[in-house]
Design a binder for this molecule. Structure first.
Ligand SMILES: [Zn+2]
Ligand SMILES: [Zn+2]
Length: 389
């Protein structure tokens, strides 16, 4: 027996035929009628999609024209949910996607938000998890962040979204997405412990910021190419070198057996205070431990930094450096690692194709669980509970 109403099926038919839906604005579309060549206006008004056809006037419920628009808006979500296995993991208990069932959804201005229910813990969650009240589709948001990380400017990303997807945003909105979501995933990544090797390479390079310049420090693990630190500072003295090496140890959870650096003197004292077993300073290119691994990385990073016209000082430059670091470690396939990311080489596996989407939802799941733990702690106030968190 058919469960999908006739209006749904007709709406899908209109969509599949092509050329029958025209976008006038975010809140107005026109849809061609089946029988005649009339066009009906479908408008978002008073928190509801409304059509001017006789069916809508009679039933006051969604007609085939409204469904055609809703399915059109939903296409990016349909694509995302069918190509990213981990999009359905329960945000409360972490149950596998096989344990979640669809519970219908609600229609809003940007399409239909699908609701899922976890069979394990009963928790309900939506297909826009991790994207707080998005006015645009999560797939388009992640596409925008990815394009930006691939060296396009905010304006170029905005032009691409408008030309290819008919998605109207300002370059400022793209900027805000990049800022908000890189901060979210960067905070989450601090909880992930990469399984790195024992030989690290450290180097620093000059980056121009407005009229002055700053230093971008990088510490890279040779085996996995995982970038343990990528930080901007104003100076390059012992204080900064020590801070950078300590950060690298913090992010790896261990000290390196061998550290290869350039010839900068600041490293000597910093390495001394960390008690690293072997320090190779300013190796020659004939030396097998030479630093050209990281020099190559600098080439990659420099392209990215040179593409940025106005870095608003070290602070906002630092947010960007965090984003570039995350992209390098977790998103971008590494040619030297057979197309794996450094994070994957370091044991942090992701099955989803859309890695930005995966990490944004994973960050949100992590936040949810931490909030639940805090609530639990407040209620029980026992040390046992805080240990579990
Ligand atoms: Zn209608
Ligand atoms: Zn669950």
């Amino acid at each position: 027996m058919m469960t999908l109403s006739q209006c749904h099926i007709r709406g899908i038919r209109i969509l599949f035929r092509g050329g029958c839906i025209r976008k006038i604005s975010d809140s107005k579309y026109t849809v061609r009628s089946r029988a005649h060549s009339d066009w009906y206006a479908v408008r978002w008004r008073e928190k509801k999609w409304r059509c001017e056809c006789a069916d809508f006037r009679k039933n006051r419920g969604p007609c085939e024209h409204i469904y055609s628009v809703l399915y059109l808006l939903r296409l990016p979500t349909i694509l995302l949910l069918n190509t990213n296995y981990e999009a359905f993991i329960c945000p409360r208990c972490g149950a596998e996607p096989d344990m979640t069932t669809s519970k219908g959804g609600r229609d809003n201005k940007t399409g239909r938000v699908q609701i899922f229910k976890c069979k394990n813990c009963g928790h309900k969650f939506s297909s826009t998890l991790g994207f707080s009240k998005p006015r645009h589709d999560p797939l388009l948001i992640t596409a925008a962040i990815d394009l930006y990380m691939k060296n396009l400017s905010f304006r170029q990303v905005q032009q691409h979204l408008e030309m290819i997807y008919g998605c109207e945003v300002t370059p400022m909105t793209v900027h805000n997405w990049v800022k908000r979501y890189t901060k979210l995933v960067t905070n989450y990544a601090e909880n992930l412990r990469p399984n790195v090797g024992g030989e690290w390479h450290a180097d620093e390079m000059v980056v121009k910021i407005k009229q002055s310049h700053a230093y971008l420090w990088n510490v890279l693990d040779r085996k996995t190419r995982f970038l343990l630190v990528s930080t901007l500072t104003k100076g390059r003295g012992v204080k900064e070198a020590t801070r950078i090496l300590r950060e690298a140890v913090g992010s790896a959870g261990k000290k390196p057996g061998r550290l290869v650096t350039d010839a900068l003197k600041s490293y000597n004292k910093a390495v001394g205070s960390l008690k690293v077993r072997q320090h190779i300073s300013g190796p020659k290119f004939s030396n097998p431990s030479n630093n050209n691994l990281i020099e190559r990385l600098h080439g990659t990073l420099r392209t990215r930094y040179d593409g940025l016209r106005a870095l608003g000082g070290v602070r906002s430059g630092a947010t960007l450096a965090d984003g570039i670091l995350f992209n390098y470690n977790f998103i971008r396939p590494h040619l030297g690692l057979d197309g794996s990311t450094p994070a994957e080489a370091a044991g942090i596996r992701v099955k989803s194709r859309n890695k930005w989407h995966y990490f944004i939802t994973a960050a949100k799941r992590h936040k949810n669980r931490k909030a639940l733990c805090r609530q639990g702690n407040r209620r029980t106030n026992t040390s046992l509970h805080s240990q579990r968190c």
